[in-house]
Design a protein around this ligand. Sequence first.
Ligand code: NAI
Ligand code: MG
Length: 373
Amino acid sequence: MSDYSLLILPGDGIGPEVMAEVRKVIDWFQANRGMRFTVSEDLVGGCAYDKHGTPLADETMAKAQQVDAVLLGAVGGPQYDNLDFSVKPERGLLRLRKEMDLFANLRPAQCFNALADFSSLKRDVVSGLDILIVRELTSGVYFGEPRGIHPDDNNPENEGGRVGINTQRYTSGEIRRVARAAFELAQKRGNRLCSMEKANVMESGILWREEVQWVHDNEFPEVELSHMYADAGAMQLTRWPKQFDVIVTDNLFGDLLSDLAAMLTGSLGMLPSASLGAPMDNGRPKALYEPVHGSAPDIAGQGKANPIACILSFAMALRYSFGEGQAADDLEAAVERVLAEGVRTADLMGPEGGTPVSTSEMGDRIIAALSAG
Ligand code: NAI
Ligand code: MG
């Protein structure tokens, strides 16, 4: 029997509601597929601040370093908006990402056919779409030094008199490790990787292109590699996204391109993500899985939240942390089937209307679809 350790951090707002549905899915896999999960649950975000005065207690951080995977709901809410920057709920999430050194952020853009009409693009452009964007998450212009806002003293021509600075900085090693992660993912999928940068105007982009090419030539020569300027990539993603399989790009371009790709397929309530780090002793990468959406305070506590983004995040954990690819496929197929049957939470209701199901009914329907196989 395989034994997996999982730290669950439901967080704030709708986090606990959607996570309750993931617990049902975990229970189902334990009862029906011979997996054993050692699950511990803890606080992150505003609820952790309320209890401990910090959005992530040291004990929780230590636990996160030891488990096979961390699954997080969402953090934040209006009641925490005026907290000092150092204890804001998001700081809990940032601390997890930083201390676990989660350098590869995986954002799938997958179109469930039953929802293809939700897209702002034509049905045949998005139906069957299944691409994966790998965004470098721990370096680049969001972290590079020097940075800041300074007086622009010796420049009388500068109306306003200040200068704002950020620095795009990548080392070879930072590029190679995220490229390696992307090549490995491509190997398990369609064996195609497209790397995006702006090598035409940025030296860091030239280095990016050379290092990705190096990893290809030396370690993954059988994966089909292409390079594209990131602005052209944005155009191609909206024109014909199915030309791509896996895309790897830096932190800044990945931030934009992953949001763009996500919206090709519809609702925020459907979007999972994974953030992976270096392999641990057991060969599995450090990993944090979380839905893309936030704590949705406008609908929290009302049983309206769509649990699918969180459930699909758990499917990614099955695939990338536990090596249970078949189970992940089955869970995704169960979601597809439930959607095909017309089951919708409120966020998925089209103009034709109908009666939405609650968060827990959606979870129950997915469990029923899993059981029906
Ligand atoms: P949000 O993602 O929480 O909500 C945006 C809109 O989408 C809302 O109308 C919400 O009701 C809806 N929505 C989101 N998830 C949904 C779901 N699963 N089912 C149905 N509808 C859903 O983003 P917003 O409103 O900008 O931020 C709210 C709070 O969440 C803030 O405190 C923000 O800082 C935090 N946040 C946290 C994130 C995280 O934990 N990773 C990410 C984004 C925001
Ligand atoms: Mg973004």
